[in-house]
Design a binder for this molecule. Structure first.
Ligand code: NAD
Length: 295
């Protein structure tokens, strides 16, 4: 079921997150146009969408016809103008405030005035992007999780000027994508990172203080709390440089010790040990099936 008043969806950026958002939007029945800066990114993103939809067909959760219909609702472009009549535009471009502000300012002039603008940013201040536009009551955050096609959660973020009607419609829109939306406000980290980041940083501090080894702390949180993975496994999966970057932004925002990145995290990032993607973090991932703890 699509949401009243929303028929056409625009997505900015066809990378990891943008392609996922475009996929769930087209699969949910919305005419979806995704814009990236060059055809090569669009081609790669669209190919990824088709592959992911095919996996759902193989699993039996989607029919081959539904896949064909979803692909048929998906358009890709490098031109802003092709998004002009969208009812909602979700931005998932590179995490850079200047680029995002420039993009929103340009879009504001082209896209119909009633349309809602949403940013998928993980760490930037929504209000700071919003002020590049004149639609201060129709600007929100919609924070999806990776991989978008599988992760159920969307944090729907209001600013001090977002209208109640826009928040309600964005919540219904996220639900219509098959997601579970939660409401939050424009504070660095929103709900999930606000609680998750200090927990991950505390695990590193516990390690530094000799409370336990990487392996024992991970086992402790997995078996003692029923978490699907321990903090160090999660840190290596997310990427240490990503956690370091977000922690710094949150520390800057709140000036509270619990958000301050511990020295060991900084050293690992400086050394280029970013976790799974670089083969080394808190674990050695040379054998991906059997990561070996390094501390
Ligand atoms: P990505 O690098 O995979 O994709 C970004 C895409 O945006 C690229 O294809 C790039 O060519 C394109 N792009 C750059 N400038 C553009 C412009 N002006 N117009 C249109 N396209 C443009 O990045 P990503 O991981 O998909 O992250 C995108 C956003 O989502 C960031 O704001 C990030 O903070 C946020 N986010 C990421 C994750 C994650 O796990 N990766 C999770 C939640 C939110």
């Amino acid at each position: 079921m699509t949401v009243e008043g929303i028929q056409k969806v625009g997505v900015l950026g066809c990378g990891l997150m943008g392609s996922g958002i475009a996929q769930v939007s087209a699969a949910a029945g919305y005419t979806t146009t995704v814009r990236d800066v060059a055809d090569e990114y669009l081609k790669k993103g669209i190919a990824g969408i088709e592959k992911s939809l095919t996996r759902f067909v193989e699993k039996g959760t989607l029919t081959a016809q539904q896949r064909t219909e979803a692909m048929g609702r998906l358009k890709s472009t490098t031109k802003f103008e092709d998004l002009a009549d969208c009812d909602i535009v979700i931005e998932a471009i590179t995490e850079n405030l200047v680029t995002k502000r420039e993009t929103f300012a340009a879009l504001d002039k082209i896209i119909k005035p009633a349309a809602i603008f949403a940013s998928n940013t993980s760490s930037l201040v929504i209000t700071e992007m919003m002020t590049a536009t004149r639609r201060v009551d129709r600007f929100i955050g919609m924070h999806f999780f990776n991989p978008v096609a599988l992760m159920k959660l969307v944090e729907v973020v209001s600013t001090i000027t977002t209208s109640q009607d826009v928040m309600d419609r964005a919540m219904s829109f996220a639900a219509s994508l098959g997601k579970v939306p939660i409401r939050t406000s424009d504070r660095s980290g929103f709900i999930v990172n606000r609680l998750l980041v200090p927990y991950l940083l505390d695990a590193i501090r516990a390690l530094e203080e000799g409370v336990g080894s990487v392996e024992d702390i991970d086992k402790g949180m997995k078996l003692g709390c029923g978490y699907p993975m321990g903090p160090f496994t999660l840190l290596d999966f997310v990427g240490l440089e990503t956690t370091y970057y977000i922690a710094n932004i949150m520390f800057e925002e709140f000036r509270e010790k619990r958000f301050a990145p511990p020295p060991l995290l900084k050293r690992l990032v400086l050394a280029g040990h970013h976790g799974k993607k670089t083969g080394r973090g808190f674990y050695d991932h040379s054998d991906p099936t059997n990561p070996k703890p390094l501390f």
